[in-house]
Ligand binder design. Structure first.
Ligand SMILES: [Zn+2]
Length: 133
């Protein structure tokens, strides 16, 4: 249940920064709670490559605790899960944000005057950044 946001068909490949993709009722791992600002910092500069909908049951919960509605935004090097829930006490929707994927520990190599190659020591994710533009 995911959508490629390009005019391409087919399934997404599981990003390298995810160690356990999980099922429709699980969070991809690793994950941690974070602030909305963490998501907005990424969202401000990049578009997600995929958006996926899941109904997650957290470890230790059963179905009676509820299914948590989460939209997962997969960016090139990180994903964020936005969990929305109705709060019956305030009669308002509330939002929790999760950071999903490796907390990268990059090594960098200069490969040109304005080109730097980064490789994560933990998950192996690599990218080259051109700082000239
Ligand atoms: Zn990493």
């Amino acid at each position: 249940m995911y959508y490629k946001l390009e005019p391409k068909f087919g399934k997404m490949s599981i990003p390298q920064y995810i160690t356990n993709f999980g099922s429709f009722n699980e969070m991809p791992k690793p994950f941690d709670k974070c602030e909305m600002n963490d998501f907005l910092n990424k969202f401000h500069a990049y578009s997600p490559e995929y958006i996926e909908f899941r109904q997650v049951i957290f470890d230790g919960e059963n179905i009676h605790n509820g299914l948590h509605t989460i939209h997962i935004y997969y960016f090139h090097d990180i994903a964020f899960g936005l969990m929305t829930e109705y709060d019956m006490y305030s009669n308002k929707m509330k939002l929790d944000v999760y950071r999903i994927g490796c907390k990268h520990d990059y090594e960098s190599y200069k490969i040109g005057r304005c080109l730097t190659h980064y490789k994560c020591k933990k998950c192996g994710y690599e990218e080259t950044i051109d700082s000239s533009d």
